[in-house]
Design a protein around this ligand. Structure first.
Ligand code: PLP
Length: 326
């Protein structure tokens, strides 16, 4: 399994997450960029790090110097890598329907042979990516079959074959081939029964009682229906609380769900804590995670934010202090 630790380990911190994933049984790590590969260098053999994102031919020399496995989708990059000093392990990406990266299936044999025959490259793997593995089994099967058919026509040894992301691995374990590339599931999201790896917490920094009719925040989007106790919490959209959450969803305070009220500010949100007894300055506010009997998941936050759990996690801003617990 490649543990996908791009985007700062989906917001959790790439290096600690990579450590944990390798201890947990992953044999490789996957990232999007050469910079991300550099951050995790040394944790595993360089070849076991797959740089999945698009690289320009101008980056070929830098990519070759890392010793990492490199994704190739086009002839331009394959040719730029072809005279590298040491053979670069290349994973040829084949576009079976995602439409983003990858060569056309009909171009794959010629590219695979170029990579195989060039002094500076070695065909270490072939791979594809599913477009709808979480929702559409027929499309996913068609993509998989096209991939297998294309690989059978390469005319050279394909090396490691991999296709599945988390939803692919969950819904189609028979498509696992030689490796899977799992991101969101290793963080405890989008996988039945998984335990979330992350909690997002802040503190109450201001408290007040407002009277009926008082308005709160930019745009005066919330108006007190009666006397209310309002808590201001030190986290905002700069920290990853999406503005779509204005007047939506909850935050946990003292083990209770407090409604989020008003617009999200850059550095602050406001909660109606009228139903939460004893709230004090400095109280913990849990935006994702557990407090007492209550749990808020990234998936739940995603619904309130009109997005997906991936964006909720990767939006957590740089000024949010990360604490890693063994
Ligand atoms: C090419 C590729 N493979 C695998 C993954 C991991 O996907 P997931 O987080 O759904 O497991 C991603 C993530 O975006 C990806 O871009």
């Amino acid at each position: 399994m490649f543990a996908v630790v791009k985007a700062g380990g989906y917001g959790h911190g790439a290096v600690p997450v990579a450590h944990a994933a390798l201890e947990g049984g992953a044999t490789g790590l996957a990232v999007a960029t050469l910079e991300e590969a550099a951050q995790i260098r040394g944790l595993v053999d360089a070849e076991q790090i797959l740089v999945m994102g698009g690289l320009l031919p101008a980056q070929a020399r830098t990519a070759a110097a890392t010793g990492c496995s490199v994704a190739v989708s086009n002839r331009e990059l394959a040719e730029a890598l072809a005279d590298s000093e040491r053979p670069v392990p290349v994973h040829l990406k084949i576009d079976t329907g995602m439409g983003r990266f990858g060569c056309a299936p009909e171009d794959a044999p010629a590219l695979a042979q170029l990579i195989d025959e060039s002094r500076g490259t070695r065909l270490a793997g072939v791979w594809t990516h599913f477009a709808k593995s979480e929702s559409d089994a027929d499309t996913t099967r068609r993509q998989f079959e096209l991939f297998i058919d294309t690989v059978s026509r390469l005319g050279v040894s394909p090396g490691m074959r991999h296709a599945c992301n988390s939803a692919g691995a969950l819904n189609h374990p028979d498509f696992a081939l030689d490796a899977v590339r799992c991101g969101i599931s290793i963080y405890g999201c989008e996988w039945p029964g998984a335990k979330p790896g992350l909690a997002l917490r802040s503190v109450v920094t201001h408290l007040k009682t407002v009277e009926k009719g008082a308005t709160i925040g930019y745009g005066s989007l919330w108006r007190a229906p009666g006397q209310a106790r309002v808590a201001t919490v030190a986290i905002g959209y700069a920290d990853g609380v999406h503005r779509a959450r204005a007047n939506r969803g909850h935050v946990l305070v003292r083990g209770r769900r407090a409604p989020l009220i008003g617009m999200i500010s850059m550095d602050a949100i406001t909660l109606d804590v009228s139903e939460v007894p004893g709230v004090q300055l400095g109280d913990t506010a849990t935006l994702i995670g557990r407090d007492g009997d209550q749990l808020i998941t990234a998936e739940e936050v995603a619904q309130w934010s009109d997005t997906i759990s991936y964006e909720v996690l990767t939006s957590i801003g740089p000024r949010v202090e990360r604490r890693h617990v063994e």
